[in-house]
Design a protein around this ligand. Structure first.
Ligand SMILES: Nc1ncnc2c1ncn2[C@@H]1O[C@H](COP(=O)(O)OP(=O)(O)OP(=O)(O)O)[C@@H](O)[C@H]1O
Length: 257
């Protein structure tokens, strides 16, 4: 039986991330207020909203950095994220990319990816590990996905800001997440980099779920995915960018300002 609109079912096999009635208060300030959102497998979702709307706090509760005061937070069909810490949650396959890229600047692009791949083994195993054919293939695949194959031997410190963001996305993918949470990837990018990043994320979303927090509306339009508008810690509107852009409340609190 099809779901009623607005009645997401956490046990559906095509739901990867399920938030229902999630609330968080800091010293009495309600940063998340009964927030509900469902992200499907291999769905990309854009999350927009004014400063202080709760976007970062939402990422923080999903990744276990902040504990919700109440609500349901489920990953896959069975994992209750409220019962796990950040390390567990990362190991379940939720990867997060912060706004500022943090690559190893003195290492080559390729070595950054190799380190991220080996990082899955733990530091000691990684130190004595020799790359297998599979791993070399995986690095090649990642390099072409993130559009940096021609720069594989270049030190990461010499990359442009946009290229560093792509490398960091590649390093995140090396850890095999099912869900990527990405914070303002287009910030500080050139128009060409912004367009290439939208294309890259669309490629990634063929096989992963992706939640992108972004303020750049041209970028959100290029993603061409369902948009969730947050305001005062809850969902103000949801739908295509055209749909939410026509919503009077969204114009008043965000787009029209
Ligand atoms: N650890 C904290 N302690 C106290 N207040 C907090 C804390 N974290 C967030 N807040 C407050 O909660 C509100 C929501 O913040 P949040 O960072 O989630 O918003 P945001 O939508 O990510 O905003 P921005 O677009 O500016 O990044 C803000 O008013 C913020 O000041």
């Amino acid at each position: 039986m099809p779901d009623e609109p607005g009645q997401p079912d956490p046990h559906r096999h095509d739901t990867l991330l399920y938030l229902d009635g999630v609330s968080v208060a800091f010293d009495g300030f309600q940063a998340l207020n009964n927030l509900s959102m469902v992200v499907g497998r291999t769905e990309m979702r854009a999350v927009i909203g004014p400063n202080g709307a709760g976007k970062t706090t939402m990422m923080d509760v999903i990744t276990g950095k902040t504990r919700p005061d109440s609500g349901t937070l489920r990953f896959g069909e069975t994992i209750d994220l409220t019962r796990h810490d950040e390390a567990d949650i990362a190991s379940f396959g939720i990867g997060r990319k912060f706004q500022k890229p943090t690559v190893f600047e003195s290492h080559t692009v390729e070595d950054n990816l190799a380190l991220a791949l080996k990082g899955r083994r733990g530091p000691f195993a990684a130190l004595f590990h020799v790359a297998s054919d599979d791993e070399r293939q995986r690095i090649d695949d990642l390099l072409s996905l993130i559009r940096l194959a021609h720069l594989r031997a270049a030190p990461a410190g010499g990359l442009s800001h946009g290229q560093k963001q792509w490398l960091e996305i590649g390093m995140l993918l090396a850890q095999d997440p099912q869900l990527l949470l990405i914070d303002e990837p287009a910030a500080g990018m050139t128009d060409a980099e912004t367009a290439a990043t939208a294309e890259l994320l669309r490629d990634i979303a063929r096989t992963h779920s992706v939640v992108v927090v972004e303020h750049d509306m041209a970028f959100v339009r290029a993603l061409d995915v369902k948009v969730t508008v947050l305001h005062e810690g809850s969902v103000l509107a949801e739908g295509s960018l055209d749909h939410v852009s026509a919503n009077r409340k969204v114009i008043d609190v965000y787009l029209g300002r």
